[in-house]
Design a protein. Structure first.
Length: 202
């Protein structure tokens, strides 16, 4: 980002970790007159103009509602997340798989898994490694090619999908309006549409 600023850009559309260092870099860019917009992963309170991405709270609420219909007390749900500094990211699949397997082996009441982040392949590997007699229900975020494959074969029960094209569209449009027309966005947060996708919808 520093290199882009030194090159004299007027605007930056970025996806980055929400860390003090990144926040300081955005603040510095804004102070130098650079318009900054985040997409997919937000860095709030940094001076960025706006953010385009998934409403993660609503996605979590949808996942909770689905899980409540899939399991019964006293069954448990395993929620798999990763680097909390980023709302959406990739993590090491081997580590994810090992941790999921350990959790399933340690708690016989775990009957559902919510993958709030990637990689889904690591989660599936961990479930298979645990060798449970009954496969736990699986709900995940984002209809990636991997998620689509697992959903089609019946390994994943539901996918909470968002529109990646909407992220790009809102971010680019907001930057265009600001730089070329001097028009600030009407709101700070542009959330993409969410869909609960089943195997039958593919």
């Amino acid at each position: 980002m520093d290199e882009q600023i030194r090159s004299g850009v007027d605007g930056l559309i970025i996806r980055a970790e929400n860390t003090p260092e990144v926040r300081a870099a955005i603040e510095q860019a804004v102070q130098q007159g650079v318009t900054v917009i985040t997409y997919d992963a937000d860095v709030p309170d940094s001076g960025r103009l706006c953010h385009a991405g998934q409403d993660l709270v609503r996605a979590g609420a949808i996942a909770a509602g689905v899980m409540a219909r899939l399991i019964r007390p006293p069954e448990h749900v395993l929620i798999v997340t990763g680097n909390l500094r980023m709302e959406a990211h990739n993590e090491m699949p081997e580590l994810t798989g090992e941790l999921v397997a350990q959790a399933l082996q340690a708690d016989s009441r775990l009957h559902a898994v919510y993958m709030a982040c990637q990689p889904l392949s690591g989660c599936i590997a961990g479930i298979r490694k645990a060798r449970r007699t009954t496969r736990p229900h699986i709900v995940c975020n984002d209809l990636t090619p991997t998620a689509k494959r697992y959903l089609r074969e019946g390994t994943v029960d539901f996918v909470i999908g968002q529109s990646f094209s909407q992220e790009s569209f809102h971010a680019v449009l907001a930057m265009y309006q600001m730089l070329l027309r001097g028009v600030k966005p009407k709101r700070e947060l542009y959330y993409t549409d969410l869909r609960l996708i089943t195997q039958e919808m593919l």
